[in-house]
Design a binder for this molecule. Structure first.
Ligand code: SAH
Length: 284
């Protein structure tokens, strides 16, 4: 396939497959359009790309220094990619998912720091809303508000959030105790609510307390979700964000984050996404 077949986006194609997922052809029926799945770091995707390779084969398209993997996972056509870290990286990647790959919805999976009082390492947070905690154009605009858009909180798609939370609850019911024993965490709890995003790895008691003071209902902090939610809002694309808690954004965060990411994050991601995609297939 040449760049021209990608609608002149200049994308490069590697790998091979017989798939023909339409790119940038907005007229495709919703059921045939792929789901966009993204994470920041490879460990956060678990075995998703291997599962795609086994099920349908993978076609990889490189675009804007990101690899987009096209194929079918658990019966759903998907485009899977890594956004890398931070709001700009996330916004650029989700914009390409929408424009070059015509996704009908976006799901972000990854890890985050726990901020809510009862949000511990090993818990899971499904976003109902997302906010950029480092956005501050005051006094011109209220703190946290995106200038000219007049919004600070971006809603996740309610149906997607319900399905992600149901997948998480099933994981906890079926494997929560075994997972806690295996990883030395408490039995996971599933929380729903506000996730806040900013271009900082929050790793101090002062930093996480400042977030709690400014945003008392924040459950988790990470670096991509609210950027994705803003872009999806602006283009009318449903989005969902699910985050496993790797640390509690305090002085222990760097070690806790690294060990959770390398030892646990992939297993959680596999467990949640498998159940989410199986249910999506059943719903047709
Ligand atoms: N160089 C590191 C970068 C990780 S930054 C690496 O590649 O290993 C942390 C990532 O995990 C971000 O993608 C962010 O979304 C999430 N995250 C986990 N804990 C966080 C915290 N306490 N503060 C901010 N982001 C956090």
């Amino acid at each position: 396939m040449s760049g021209g077949e990608m609608g002149g986006t200049g994308a490069n194609v590697a790998g091979s497959s017989t798939l023909d997922i339409p790119a940038n052809r907005g007229g495709a029926p919703a059921s045939h359009r792929p789901l966009g799945i993204l994470a920041a770091l490879p460990q956060e995707l678990g075995d998703l790309i291997e599962a795609m390779r086994a099920e349908s084969g993978v076609r990889t398209i490189t675009h804007g220094q990101r690899d987009y993997h096209l194929g079918t996972v658990h019966g759903s056509p998907c485009v899977v990619t890594l956004a890398r870290v931070g709001k700009v990286a996330a916004a650029a990647t989700v914009s390409a998912l929408i424009h070059a790959f015509d996704v009908d919805a976006v799901v972000f999976t990854g890890v985050a720091g726990g901020v809510g009082n009862d949000v511990r390492v090993g818990d899971i947070v499904v976003a109902d809303a997302l906010l950029q905690h480092d956005l501050d154009a005051s006094p011109l605009f209220p703190r946290f508000e995106v200038p000219l858009l007049g919004m600070s909180r971006f809603a996740a798609d309610a149906a997607l959030a319900d399905r992600l939370a149901a997948a998480c609850e099933r994981f906890v019911a079926e494997e929560g105790a075994a997972s806690a024993a295996r990883f030395g965490t408490r039995e996971p709890r599933v929380h729903r609510g506000l996730i806040v995003s900013g271009d900082q790895f929050v790793a101090s008691a002062a930093g996480v307390n400042a977030l709690r003071d400014a945003l008392p209902d924040a459950l988790a902090v990470e670096m991509e979700g609210a950027a994705i939610a803003q872009v999806c809002h602006e283009y009318g694309v449903p989005c969902g964000v699910v985050r496993t808690i790797s640390d509690t954004a305090d002085d222990h965060a760097p070690e806790s984050f690294v060990s959770f990411l390398t030892e646990i994050a992939g297993a959680y991601s596999n467990a949640i996404l498998t159940r989410f995609l199986d249910a999506r297939k059943a719903q047709g």
